[in-house]
Design a protein around this ligand. Structure first.
Ligand code: ADP
Length: 506
């Protein structure tokens, strides 16, 4: 229960911090889906409002112009008696749910369909401008009305064009003058309630649609985020199964190319770990075996001495010599293991000195020739030029002797081993070729791995532990050198070591 709660908390935290891919997909789909729909709704509503206001303004303006003509024809501004005009004005004000005021030339309200302002004087900017011949309109969205000011023009009056100015746009001394044809002004305000009502209805419908759409988008975002990330969950589950030990085989999640790549990399890692694990197990049993063999021999030798009475001194001498040689062997194995552990931990600093490599090679070959002779293997040394280099003598000895020893060990009867020493101005090369059994191509990449041996039974028979090349490679790399191998199965192998003449400190 506590575990589940912790998991939920973790998921929520990942969602909030957007570290989870699922949360990101969810958010992206949500934003991509919702933002355009909200923007579209806002745009459509605004557009509708603008067009509706424009249309209404034009319609009412036209009607007002017609009425304005009637006013002039009926001389309403002076008589104010025309019933027809009064009726027309009432009709207008009812039709558009508004108020019409007629303002005469002396800025007095002579007719107000609301009957409030009659007799009052109106001096507003709009009215003044209107007397100059301008028709004005103004939409007040907050209070929901359109205000229209229309000049009542007597077209029978002909005015002269003053200073080239168009009639109705008379300017004297830089000041715009009232248009003499404008006899009065119609000041009208009409309600836009019906536009607001339509907008409210539209908005309600759009909100319902939008809510439905948002619900659909949230559902789609949720489904997509779950579906798209599920393969990754499968990868994690498969890897966890391997980690927890339920499954030890290669895993497969082919849902997406990406998961396939992850799984491929994991399988390669798994494979590598398996090989390492196998080699390690193999090594432990080998080491135990190797360490036990000399002990068993020693015990047999000691027991047989103890079991006999009056053992002759010569036999004692002989058995003791055998025991000492078994102790030496045991010692060698332990030394090898320690050498490897030391290189592994990188605790061993190199003990660099200027060494004559030709002499060192001669010495190593001298030590190994007796072993070669036992197998009837001929060892040839070709020194192309004298080589003096800065190396760690002990480690370089390990490198050279391991390679030559392997070339003898994995050779055939009457075979040969050739060692070539050469150098250029930067590196010296130490090449060991043999006429031995060779290494299969698919094993070449692994021979430097610790405990790896191509033919385990053969290697154990001849005393190999699979450590030699691992030690060799570590030592070469510590000298900032390189080691390469070419080999043909059944024909032989060539190992080439390249070491800088001058030690390159890190
Ligand atoms: P080992 O102690 O078994 O010799 P190494 O690390 O020295 O271990 O070598 C690893 C494996 O590489 C050997 O078991 C052997 O199979 C192969 N090998 C090394 N050198 C040679 C060679 N010169 N010819 C053929 N096989 C070789």
């Amino acid at each position: 229960m506590k575990n589940i709660l912790q998991k939920i908390k973790k998921v929520i935290r990942q969602y909030i911090s957007l570290r989870s891919l699922r949360a990101r997909i969810f958010l992206i789909v949500l934003v991509v889906g919702i933002v355009p729909s909200v923007a579209m709704r806002y745009g459509i509503m605004r557009n509708y409002e603008q067009r509706a206001v424009e249309q209404r303004t034009v319609t009412v303006q036209n009607q007002l112009k017609i009425v304005a003509d009637h006013l002039i024809n009926e001389d309403y501004l002076n008589t104010r008696t025309s019933k027809v005009i009064n009726a027309e004005l009432e009709m207008l004000s009812n039709l558009y749910d508004g108020r019409v005021q007629i303002i005469s030339g002396n800025l007095k309200v002579i007719k107000d369909t609301y009957g409030i302002s009659e007799g009052k004087t109106i001096i507003s900017e709009e009215v003044i401008k209107c007397f100059m011949g301008e028709s004005l309109s103004n939409y007040d969205a907050q209070y929901g009305y359109i205000e229209l000011t229309i000049p009542i023009i007597d077209n029978q009056i002909v005015i002269e064009d003053t200073q080239g100015a168009a009639a109705g746009n008379v300017i004297t001394n830089g000041v715009r003058q009232p248009d003499p044809r404008v006899k009065g002004v119609m000041l009208t305000s009409i309600s836009t309630d019906y536009i607001t009502d339509t907008l409210t209805i539209l908005s309600r419908k759009a909100s319902i649609l939008e809510a439905l759409m948002i619900m659909a988008i949230v559902a789609i975002a949720l489904i997509l985020s779950i579906v798209l990330t599920r393969p990754f969950e499968r990868v994690t589950k498969a890897i966890n199964e391997v980690k927890d030990g339920y499954n030890n085989e290669s895993i497969s999640v082919p849902d997406l190319a990406e998961t396939e790549h992850i799984v491929e990399a994991f399988n390669q890692l798994l494979q590598r770990m398996k090989v390492l694990d196998d080699s390690r197990q193999e090594f432990v049993s080998n080491v135990s075996h190797e360490l036990k063999t000399p002990l068993t021999s020693m015990k047999v030798l000691a027991d047989s001495l103890l079991a006999q009475e009056n053992v002759p001194a010569e036999l004692y001498q002989e058995f003791m010599e055998d025991i000492v040689s078994e102790i030496d062997r045991e010692n060698q194995i332990i030394t090898d293991l320690l050498a490897l552990v030391k290189m592994d931990k990188k605790v061993s600093a190199l003990n660099i000195a200027v060494i004559n490599i030709n002499d060192l090679t001669e010495l190593i070959l001298k030590r190994l020739r007796p072993i070669a002779r036992k197998k009837d293997v001929e060892v040839v040394f070709e020194s192309v030029r004298p080589v003096v280099a800065e190396v760690d003598e002990v480690k370089m000895t390990l490198v050279m002797s391991n390679l030559v020893e392997n070339a003898i060990k994995y050779n055939k009867e009457h075979g040969w081993v050739k060692v070539v020493l050469d150098a250029d101005h930067q590196y010296f090369t130490f090449e060991v070729s043999d006429s031995g059994i060779g290494i299969p191509e698919d094993c070449l990449a692994q021979i430097y791995e610790r405990f790896y041996r191509v033919d385990k039974s053969h290697s154990r028979e001849i005393g190999g532990t699979g450590l030699g090349l691992a030690i060799t490679k570590s030592a070469v790399l510590m000298h900032r050198g390189s080691i390469t191998v070419t080999s043909t199965e059944g024909e032989g192998s060539t190992f080439l070591v390249k070491i800088p003449l001058n030690y390159i400190a890190q």
